[in-house]
Write a protein that binds this ligand. Structure first.
Ligand SMILES: NC(=O)c1ccc[n+]([C@@H]2O[C@H](COP(=O)([O-])OP(=O)(O)OC[C@H]3O[C@@H](n4cnc5c(N)ncnc54)[C@H](O)[C@@H]3O)[C@@H](O)[C@H]2O)c1
Length: 361
């Protein structure tokens, strides 16, 4: 489907109350100003209706009157509630963004709940999407959000699109099973799917969470908000461990732009055996993050030392060290057209500062 002034598109977003899901409607409106959207937004609670104003300024780039929004709360572990998403006043979706989920730590702690939320509900969602093709003849675009947690075991220094996925946790296992279903449902023509594997998205707003990756955002977000925060890697700012620990990250804005692009890529660009793609990101070390933070904090390096408490945690360090931190995304960028971040870690920090200013003002 190409953008035209008369185009109306119905988009269903699950996990629409979460970090990325709550930003996605605005990103779609911003990047596709000629499309009139019908949004069906769902989460375990009723998601907020988006205001469609630019995240970096107070100016509106599109009137909310142009778009229709239907919000509803649903527990997607209940098949009837999944089916209900296809029976709203806004009708059947043209595109589904599947963003709901329970993250790594939650999936490890409660295996059965993790499988129900991360796999069973997605399977039901795929089956509902498949019925649209049976009724209308048109396959629904299905964008599934996956993770680098699908990798595990011995890995090469640089992960290639052909590197085998052998996850070592319930979260990665469920994500990988969904990737397989998205590929097979697409190969059979039930849907037109694509699974996008996300880097760690930084800076995540809100209070620190119990997830292992949470410190990556916290060591930026908390000092910039005037709060001190623990860093589980290293014993001091001079510890060599900080330069040895790399993480594959991306900014929210670039990732959301890639969410928008994901559904526009012609299906013919994917090989028949896989609809999965690693989204662009970049490798940054903990040391580089803290150096960049020192450049923007009043008080520089001394303020970083004051605000960041080094509480080296061997378990956390081992988990972080086991994550793949470098990916070959040349296929994603050159052939599929996904965008990489251009501003590095400084750009990521600046984006967070701007987003806080626009929230406050
Ligand atoms: N943010 C990242 O760094 C990152 C990295 C890799 C992959 N991902 C994936 O991208 C997607 C979006 O990430 P996010 O950071 O916005 O996640 P998030 O945790 O902020 O949002 C997920 C949402 O899913 C909802 N949810 C949980 N159980 C549900 C249920 N039973 N029924 C309905 N909704 C339910 C939650 O309420 C939550 O609002 C997730 O699937 C995540 O696995 C995110």
């Amino acid at each position: 489907m190409s953008s035209s002034s008369s185009q109306v598109e119905t988009v269903l977003i699950t996990g629409a109350g979460g970090f990325l899901g709550s930003l996605l409607p605005t990103a779609l409106v911003q990047h596709e100003p000629d499309t009139r959207f019908n949004f069906i937004l769902t989460d375990t609670f009723e998601p907020k209706t988006p205001s469609f104003s630019s995240p970096s300024s107070s100016s509106s780039f599109s009137s909310s009157a142009e778009h229709k929004v239907h919000t509803l709360s649903s527990d997607l572990t209940e098949p009837k509630q999944v089916q209900g998403l296809f029976n709203t006043p806004l009708g059947k979706p043209d595109t589904i963004y599947s963003l709901h989920g329970i993250m790594s730590l939650g999936s490890e702690k409660d295996f059965d709940l993790g499988v129900r939320v991360n796999f069973d509900s997605t399977r039901e969602l795929l089956n509902c999407a498949r019925r649209i093709k049976e009724d209308s003849g048109e396959p629904v675009k299905f964008v599934f959000t996956s993770s680098v947690a699908t990798y595990g075991g011995a890995l090469p220094d640089v992960i290639l699109p052909t590197t085998a996925c052998t996850p070592e946790g319930a979260y990665g296992m469920a994500k990988l099973m969904c990737e397989y279903m998205v590929t097979e449902y697409s190969r059979r023509g039930f849907i037109d799917g694509r699974s996008i594997k996300l880097p760690t998205i930084v800076v995540r707003p809100g209070p620190p969470s119990a997830a292992t990756s949470s410190f990556v955002s916290a060591i930026i977000r908390e000092p910039l908000s005037g709060n001190s925060t623990p860093c589980p890697i290293g014993k001091s700012l001079d510890d060599p461990l900080l330069s040895q620990t790399g993480i594959w990250i991306a900014s929210p804005s670039t990732t959301l732009q890639n969410f928008v692009l994901a559904r526009r890529i012609p299906s013919s660009r994917f090989p028949s055996h896989s609809r999965t793609v690693q989204l662009p990101g970049f490798k940054v070390t903990v040391k580089e993050i803290l150096e960049a933070l020192g450049e923007v904090l009043q008080g520089g390096e001394e303020e970083v030392k004051r605000m960041v408490q080094f509480e080296d945690d061997e378990t956390c360090r081992r988990i972080v060290a086991s994550w793949p931190s470098e990916f070959d995304v040349s296929w994603a960028v050159e052939e599929l057209g996904f965008k990489p971040d251009s501003g590095g870690i400084r750009g990521v920090i600046q984006e967070f500062i701007e987003s806080q200013k626009s929230k406050a003002g």
